[in-house]
Write a protein that binds this ligand. Sequence first.
Ligand code: ADP
Length: 461
Amino acid sequence: ISTSLSVGRILTNLENSCATPLPVLRHVADAMAEDMRAGLAVDGGSYLKMILSFVNTLPTGNEEGLFYALDLGGTNFRVLRVQLGGKDKRVIDTEFEQVSIPQELMFRTSEELFDFIASGLARFVQKESGKFSPARGRKREIGFTFSFPVKQTSIDSGILIKWTKGFAVSGAAGRDVVACLNEAMERQGLDMRVSALVNDTVGTLAGARYWDDDVMVAVILGTGTNACYVERTDAIPKLNGHASSSGMTIINTEWGAFSNGLPLTEFDKEMDVASINPGEQIFEKTISGMYLGEIVRRVLLKMAEAGSLFGDPVPEKLFTPFSLRTPDLCAMQKDSSGNLEAVGSILNNTVGVRSSLTARRVVLEVCDTIVKRGGRLAGAGIVGILQKMDNDSRGLVFGKRTVVAMDGGLYEHYPQYRRYIQDAVNELLGDEVSSNVIIEHSKDGSGIGAALLAAANSKYA
Ligand code: ADP
């Protein structure tokens, strides 16, 4: 590629500082395992919170009956019911609905928000047809997936630490979100029991585990990122001997906060400083969907200003944060035409630039560099978790088939990213061990996972 001297120099510098050769991957995997141990030792012992999920019983496939799930994690909430038929019949029937939350409710009181959710749920329950059979003399049970930071206090209670993702609801922080939901259901005259409060990664793990006993880890790669895994209670010093009867529990790592030894650039640092949570969630800012497009935009802006990549003057839109989004990178990388027509029109539509063929090639190089770093670091993180589990169990993980359940829009839709995760896992573990590690897409497992956890933790069991 022939480009101006400074564009070439910026690209080379970028590639060098984003490089993830084996020693870097190994350092990240080792550091992830170390930080996990520190977080399990004492609360606050690590960047990784290693939150106890209180999920000590995983679905086995034997669950029977009608269960509901409610998923609140963003601008939509989803409700679902499932009729479970035990080992042979499995999922007999399932129905779900999605309701978008009116923008204005994100700025009102928590009562108003929970009333809106409870009334949607009540309407959904009313539509229950004869295909579903609630157990006589029992309340309907529901699993509640709530993807905001919660201090879990039991399987069916947890204190909201703070709203995130643009929610500015008043009055729920510091309160038990299950109590908030229960009170709203009562106001709606809806008689249900919340049997499990779960984080979305935990729901994904449970949903995948229902079909496959070898699922040990779940990872979400969407707008943000998180991971959870099955841990032995005797490997959790901060439990102070409060072992569960099953001897296991799911740990929600909150791995987005990891930051040890990541190959970062000036662009990452500037994006972090400009973010609403500077200094926090550095792993998330390097690997997740919300940020990959923005990092690329920042690189392109520098190339435009210092090296006239798109001619003069630099268009206004290229200065606008988040004008280039991760799905745009993905769409550009799909373009296999000779003159990169699609790359040109995406660049024009998103950041308002007109581009030469040479410039389009540079843009694709930048996308690949950032996506490659993200995918490979996510892969190293996964290996870190598996390595921690394997060391503690003296070879019980790598010596047998182990499944990592993946979900989230970034993982689902970005084939190059997915490939880079797998490459890093293969490089770190070698052919023999990595053939035992199955990284598998578990689509929308978290909804049904919450219903399964309500079943596994039924009040009537
Ligand atoms: P969320 O994480 O917001 O709950 P999802 O798991 O559906 O929801 O993930 C949505 C994210 O996935 C988007 O913010 C975007 O970063 C990423 N994404 C969605 N579609 C694509 C795509 N076609 N290519 C790459 N990334 C995508």
